[in-house]
Each structure stands twice: as structure tokens, then as C-alpha cells.
Design a protein around this ligand. Structure first.
Ligand code: ZN
Length: 113
């Protein structure tokens, strides 16, 4: 079993996901990587093997977007706040799901054959 980690990318890039062979692209910011190989994991494999980490990345991306949109406003737009609330609820739900399935708490996945 390998572990899946969240790692900050300093630059955008692309690579083949080591779990499924799909071309994966990422931008600057957090992404999922295989701890042993430091290879980027695609979203589909992340959702399958570490759903709480994918929900956490989604929450981070929405928070970043809302922060940028609301930087010069007294109050962020209602749509942005609803997106943030939805991402937070998805993250909370995924944590609840993980707590009920301890084998996925650490974001572990089976090694590719
Ligand atoms: Zn994959």
C-alpha cells in the first residue's frame, strides 16, 4: 500500500497517472501525489483511493477562487459563498465517509501491478 499526499506544485505541469495511465494536468497549487514515486495522481484515482483528500483540494480551490474574487469587495458575491459552502459540506461529508471506512483515512491505495 502506498500513501497519497497533498503536495504544492510551484508550476503547472502534466504527467501520466501511475495508477491508471491517464494524462493528468495540474496548475500551481495543491495536487495529489503518490508518496513513494512523487508522481501526480489523477482526480478519478484520487476520488477512488482518497476521496477526503480530493474534497479537501476542491475546498482549497474554491476558497482560493472566492478569496481572489472578494479581495476588493466588502462581501464576496452570494454565488461564491454558496460555492464555498458546498465545497465545505462536500469535504465534511467525505470526512464522515472516511471515518466510517478506516482503511482510507491515510489516503492509501493498492500498488499498481
Ligand atoms: Zn489515475
Amino acid at each position: 500500500m502506498d500513501r497519497i499526499l497533498v503536495k504544492l506544485a510551484q508550476e503547472a505541469g502534466s504527467a501520466i497517472c501511475p495508477l491508471c495511465g491517464t494524462l493528468t494536468r495540474w496548475g500551481r497549487g495543491p495536487r495529489l501525489v503518490d508518496a513513494e514515486r512523487s508522481a501526480t495522481i489523477c482526480r478519478a484515482c484520487g476520488k477512488r483511493h482518497a476521496p477526503a483528500l480530493v474534497a479537501l483540494l476542491d475546498l482549497a480551490h474554491v476558497a482560493d477562487k472566492v478569496g481572489r474574487q472578494g479581495r476588493h469587495l466588502l462581501t464576496p458575491p452570494m454565488e461564491a459563498l454558496l460555492d464555498l459552502a458546498r465545497a465545505a459540506e462536500d469535504y465534511w461529508s467525505s470526512r464522515t465517509f472516511v471515518e466510517n471506512r478506516p482503511e482510507t483515512v491515510t489516503g492509501q491505495h493498492a500498488k499498481a501491478a
